[in-house]
Design a protein around this ligand. Structure first.
Ligand code: ZN
Ligand code: ZN
Length: 571
């Protein structure tokens, strides 16, 4: 007995005494570790402690032990343990195994140490595809898109993971256009014989949603059908999200209703958020009890959607009730987004003092979204003092937010505080902050067209401008008066120094009327908040030219039809 125990001790301290060949015993231990990592075993023991027991019993690890074990290190606090296991791998002479190498890169990346991941990669004489993919993903995760692209371009061979990973990098850095360009290239590159899978299509759909390109989104949906890719809960949710973001809440509902009875909380929340974004507050709030009836428990995201619906619908008391129920009935601790919604809710209702109370009660520091919400409320109701505080906070938090600088300096100018206005302009210049140009995007004939305020660069600029003149003439005949009154309420990010008629959404609408058949709905995506004047013009255009116009601005959707807007002029 005693000698056996001694043996075990030796096996722990001198692991190299044991060979690393798979044995029946190691197979059993590996299975236990794998089950634990994959969450299929009760969490009584951590994978590392199972590994230590395995070693205590003198069972040598093999090629299959480490890849799963390494998967259990997922945050920076695991880095130390991850490194210890790495040294064990070297002791057992398993560090040249390609599967283990790829797993090490992934582990270091998951623990937030790109340097170690790079080191492992650099030490591989001839990295194989999985290692290259792991390194690509490690760079994508920290937003080093250019480095990732270099790795991607240098790969001797690429599989569906490489393509999808690179595309998701573009989407997370906000470049949906490049993601779609890469997808087209992937489909063209038949030599590599790579077929998109469910994950690829999820990435493509989020690129479409980001851009708001309904035609591209519809094509991606058709492609999913054509390839026979199963629309499971994950892909279904991506479709709902895409259609909602592309302005077609009808299609989003259709996908939602066809998902079958086993929808999870993510699918329900996506539909709730979609309806909220489009201002269908009642339908949105009706969905909540239905969700509970289906036995689905809401989570924090569900409540963000519900509170947004209350914000867009101006439903203050309902919002208050959901905010309370979320903690009392469902035990969900409010996140900063929930507080932001409450500030927005009170701000828009003109209850600025209550908005302040929410901010003062927050257990965390307010972020740009919270101050931004307070700003829109105080702007809407002409509370100059609160406006000024919110803008100063925004400038303090987000030094590159040109909108805040422009608004604050405009506000000072309009209240005659010229000295302060000049100071803000100087500050902007000193920090090298450029104004974000207003940009509207519209999809015509399968191509994406972008328009900037006062832009002359479009090849058909002349025709577009004369069309716009024509439109404005018709509008004036029907009683339209350009909103040139520079009231405080209508401070806008783009400034009024340019003629009102050339804001980018007006160019986009003129182009669409010029290029599409009568009656075709017009979908526009705008990067900034739509100004009062453009909003009034769109309402009239929808009536005079009998067009449905859907505009997604940075806050929400506006559906213009027959002279009115779905936001009921409340945005
Ligand atoms: Zn405008
Ligand atoms: Zn509107």
């Amino acid at each position: 007995m005693r000698s056996l125990a001694k043996d075990k001790l030796i096996s722990l301290t001198h692991p190299s005494l044991y060979l690393s060949h798979p044995t029946v015993e190691s197979f059993v231990w590996n299975t236990i570790i794998r089950a634990r990592v994959q969450g299929k075993a009760p969490p009584a023991n951590s994978p590392v402690s199972i590994f230590l027991r395995m070693r205590f019993h003198g069972v040598p690890p093999d090629f299959h032990t480490f890849p799963f074990l390494l998967q259990s290190f997922r945050s920076s606090s695991h880095l130390h343990s991850g490194r210890s296991i790495h040294s064990q791998i070297i002791c057992f002479g398993l560090d040249a195994d390609p599967f283990i190498q790829a797993s090490l890169i992934t582990m270091y990346s998951a623990c937030g140490n790109l340097g170690f991941a790079q080191q492992v990669f650099d030490e591989i004489p001839q990295p194989d595809l999985p290692s290259r993919n792991s390194m690509l993903n490690a760079n994508v995760k920290v937003g080093r898109i250019d480095v990732a692209r270099e790795l991607f371009d240098e790969m001797p061979e690429r599989n569906v993971i490489s393509w999808s990973c690179m595309m998701s990098g573009y989407v997370s850095s906000g470049d949906g256009k490049e993601a779609l360009a890469l997808f087209r290239e992937m489909l063209k590159g038949e030599a590599e014989d790579v077929r998109p899978n469910e994950f690829t299509m999820t990435v493509v759909l989020s690129a479409c949603g980001q851009l708001g390109t309904l035609e591209h989104g519809k094509r991606a949906h058709a492609y999913i059908h054509k390839c026979g890719i199963e629309v499971n809960a994950v892909l279904g949710t991506s479709l709902i999200d895409m259609y909602a973001k592309c302005g077609s809440i009808e299609r989003a509902s259709w996908v939602f209703n066809n998902l079958g009875p086993n929808k999870d909380v993510i699918a329900w929340s996506a539909m709730i958020s979609g309806l909220a974004m489009h201002g269908h507050s009642e339908q949105c709030l009706d969905l909540f009890p239905e969700m509970l009836n289906h036995g689905v428990r809401p989570n924090a995201i569900t409540f963000v959607g519900l509170l947004c619906a209350c914000v867009h619908g101006g439903l203050t008391s309902e919002g208050e009730s959901y905010f309370q129920r979320m903690t009392i009935d469902f035990g969900i601790t409010p996140l900063i987004q929930h507080y932001g919604c409450m500030v927005d809710l009170y701000g828009r209702a003109g209850r600025i003092e209550e908005a302040w109370n929410v901010i003062n009660s927050m257990p965390m520091e307010p972020d740009v979204l919270v101050w931004g919400a307070l700003l829109s409320g105080s702007r809407m109701h002409g509370d100059i003092r609160t406006c000024e505080i919110a803008l100063k906070k925004l400038i303090g938090l987000e030094t590159t937010n040109s909108g805040a600088y422009v608004l604050l300096s405009n506000m000072y100018a309009k209240t005659g505080r010229w000295e302060d206005a000049r100071h803000i302009r100087d500050l902007m210049e000193a920090k090298g902050i450029q104004k974000v140009p207003g940009c509207s995007m519209v999809e015509v004939g399968g191509a994406i067209h972008e328009f900037f305020a006062a832009d002359e660069s479009h090849p058909e600029a002349k025709e577009i401008h004369s069309m716009l003149e024509e439109i404005m003439k018709r509008l004036k005949m029907e009683g339209y008066v350009g909103n040139t009154k520079e009231v405080l309420l209508d401070l806008d990010e783009e400034g009024k120094e340019m003629a009102l008629s050339v804001h980018s959404e007006k160019l986009a609408v003129a182009f669409s009327i010029l290029k599409t058949r009568a009656g075709t709905p017009i979908h526009i995506v705008k990067n900034l908040r739509i100004c009062c004047d453009c909003h009034a013009a769109m309402k009239m255009i929808s009536k005079i030219f009998r067009r449905k116009i859907v505009i997604r601005d940075c806050n929400r959707f506006h559906h213009f039809a027959d002279g009115t807007c779905s936001c009921k002029d409340y945005w």
